[in-house]
Design a protein around this ligand. Structure first.
Ligand SMILES: C[S@@+](CC[C@H](N)C(=O)[O-])C[C@H]1O[C@@H](n2cnc3c(N)ncnc32)[C@H](O)[C@@H]1O
Length: 204
């Protein structure tokens, strides 16, 4: 596996280049992603008045859903690495708070400590997931809750290999897909690994 600094540079570069496509398809991503995040959203059991952080919020659709659940009196903050997506989220949902930051080095986040943290399809992309999750824990109050969704193994997710095969004739060969626990869509496919990462980050 490449070293952490190189993986971080690759991740930041990937999302900087992907941002415009995500922004163009923001409504579609919200619709496609809603069923994927539903179980985690419900598991958080948010209540009006609570403060919740949305890690890897993209163009803000999930942050808006979280905000509706904690109102009145609560706060939902979206955090994302991509400056362009944070700008798009701010434009799509004026009145909500969005922060442009890397969860592996977030600095102070307005609204912390949070009662709960939500994250849809992001944590497995982190180059150093223990560092990212430790920061998430530190942004939460003692006893706060974390609920996140990640993908299962690639065999259960043929959408990626089908896409790679489908586009290859048009764009040529693509870089190899990440394997095992290398950051990427399927890095959190093994529940035992996820439990270890969470424990190393200080979660119970
Ligand atoms: C697969 S997208 C998911 C977006 C959104 N949660 C959704 O479900 O539609 C992953 C998101 O995580 C963000 N991201 C990746 N690495 C991050 C990091 N280290 N810190 C904060 N956000 C990150 C990306 O910019 C991107 O918006």
């Amino acid at each position: 596996m490449a070293d952490i600094a190189e993986l971080r540079a690759r991740n930041a570069d990937f999302w900087a280049r992907a941002a415009q496509g995500w922004i163009r398809q923001a409504d579609r991503h919200d619709a496609l992603g809603r069923p994927l995040g539903k179980v985690a959203l419900e598991a958080l059991r948010l209540e009006p008045g609570e403060r919740v952080l949305d890690v890897g919020c993209g163009c803000g659709g999930t942050t808006a859903e979280l905000a509706a659940m904690v109102m009145p009196g609560g706060l939902a903050v979206g955090l994302d690495l991509s400056e362009a997506m944070v700008a798009a989220a701010t434009q799509r949902f004026p009145g909500l708070t969005f922060v442009d930051a890397d969860i592996e080095a977030p600095g102070p986040v307005a609204g912390s400590p949070f009662d709960a943290v939500f994250s849809r399809m992001t944590l497995m992309l982190l180059p150093d997931p223990v560092a990212g999750l430790r920061n998430i824990r530190e942004l939460m109050r003692p006893g706060g809750r974390l609920a996140a969704t990640v993908f299962r193994a690639s065999a259960a997710n043929p959408w990626l290999s089908a896409t790679v095969l489908g586009v290859a004739p048009h764009v040529g060969a693509l870089p190899p897909l990440p394997v095992g626990a290398e950051p990427g869509p399927f890095a959190f496919a093994d529940p035992a690994y996820v439990k270890r990462v969470l424990a190393d980050a200080g979660f119970r």
